[in-house]
Design a protein around this ligand. Structure first.
Ligand SMILES: NC(=O)c1ccc[n+]([C@@H]2O[C@H](COP(=O)([O-])OP(=O)(O)OC[C@H]3O[C@@H](n4cnc5c(N)ncnc54)[C@H](OP(=O)(O)O)[C@@H]3O)[C@@H](O)[C@H]2O)c1
Length: 272
């Protein structure tokens, strides 16, 4: 596993398990247990996913030390708008039941995001969370945060997959020492990705799956990456990406795949 050092000195395993849409209870518990058994040490959940209890149970059931794990969760838009960030954080902490949270994110830049950020700074100063960051923030939202505080987010978690690189945001963040996590990193393998000739060609050349080529590309771009699966063989497949390397020519071919095709919501027009 590779690690990324955040701007506050905290180390993050560069690849983690995403659990959006993994059902609370057996499904998420099995997925997290399976991931921990095959080497994942980083889990990405959110209050919105309604599966934090299951994530916490799987962590408890593992023989791993808490300090070996990196747990991310996020405050949802309703709580950002109603200025209930702290209550949301405490609720997540209680549900995860794992002592502390490694990374807490403002999930979307909806009205109230500046106040949410100031509250996150307080939580960090109180020692309740190791690192704080944001998600789906555009450069103008990040600039706004820099006007109201000196604390730079450690992470911006944004949509990025082979047909939507989101390069302007990635470049802005990296230039400002903000680590970037790619959400929906596989683009759910829909929209023709499995038939893409470049991806197929590289998969054949390396004896890897298309999912593995995509994840390796993210890692070599310096991204943190959090593919989701609830299936053992896919969870294993997705972490098995540290034993090969894409050449600079292959990275250049992948850089040309961008179609600026966003799958998720537009951060400047959040509909929820
Ligand atoms: N911050 C945000 O606003 C935001 C938004 C969306 C997502 N996220 C985070 O990012 C994580 C990943 O995004 P995502 O779940 O939307 O999409 P994704 O990771 O791009 O794709 C997940 C989908 O691909 C399937 N899959 C995974 N690995 C596969 C493989 N090796 N072969 C074939 N199919 C595979 C999964 O199916 P199975 O589960 O059935 O295997 C699932 O349907 C989320 O879980 C969440 O933690 C954050």
């Amino acid at each position: 596993m590779n690690f990324i050092t955040l701007n506050d000195g905290v180390l993050v395993p560069q690849l983690g398990l995403g659990v959006y849409k993994a059902l609370e209870g057996g499904e998420v518990e099995n997925a997290v247990s399976c991931a921990l058994a095959c080497g994942y040490r980083h889990i990405d959940t959110a209050a919105y996913y309604q599966n934090e209890r299951g994530v916490g149970k799987a962590i408890k059931a593992s023989a791993l030390l808490r300090s070996e794990l990196f747990i991310t969760t996020k405050v949802w838009t309703d709580e950002i708008r109603s200025r209930s960030c702290r209550a949301s954080f405490m609720d997540s902490l209680e549900k995860l039941d794992c002592g502390y949270i490694d990374l807490f994110l403002v999930h979307w830049p909806v009205e109230g995001y500046e106040d949410a950020w100031l509250e996150l700074i307080k939580l960090k100063n109180e020692g309740l969370v190791r690192s704080i960051g944001v998600s789906n923030f555009q450069p103008h939202h990040l600039k706004r945060l820099s006007e109201i505080s000196d604390v730079v987010p450690s992470v911006n978690q944004i949509e990025s997959y082979p047909y939507f690189h989101n390069s302007e945001v990635v470049d802005y963040c990296h230039a400002h020492k903000i680590a970037v996590t790619a959400w929906r990193p596989l683009g759910k393998l829909g929209g023709g990705i499995l038939e893409d000739p470049v991806l197929k060609d590289l998969a054949r050349a390396h004896g890897k799956s298309i999912a593995q080529i995509i994840l390796r590309w993210h890692l070599q771009r310096g991204m943190i990456v959090i593919p989701k699966s609830v299936h053992k063989e896919r969870i294993e497949e997705n972490i098995n990406v540290f034993d090969f390397e894409l050449s600079s020519e292959e990275m250049r071919r992948l850089a040309l795949l961008d179609k600026r095709l966003r799958l998720g919501a537009d951060p400047d027009n959040v509909p929820f």
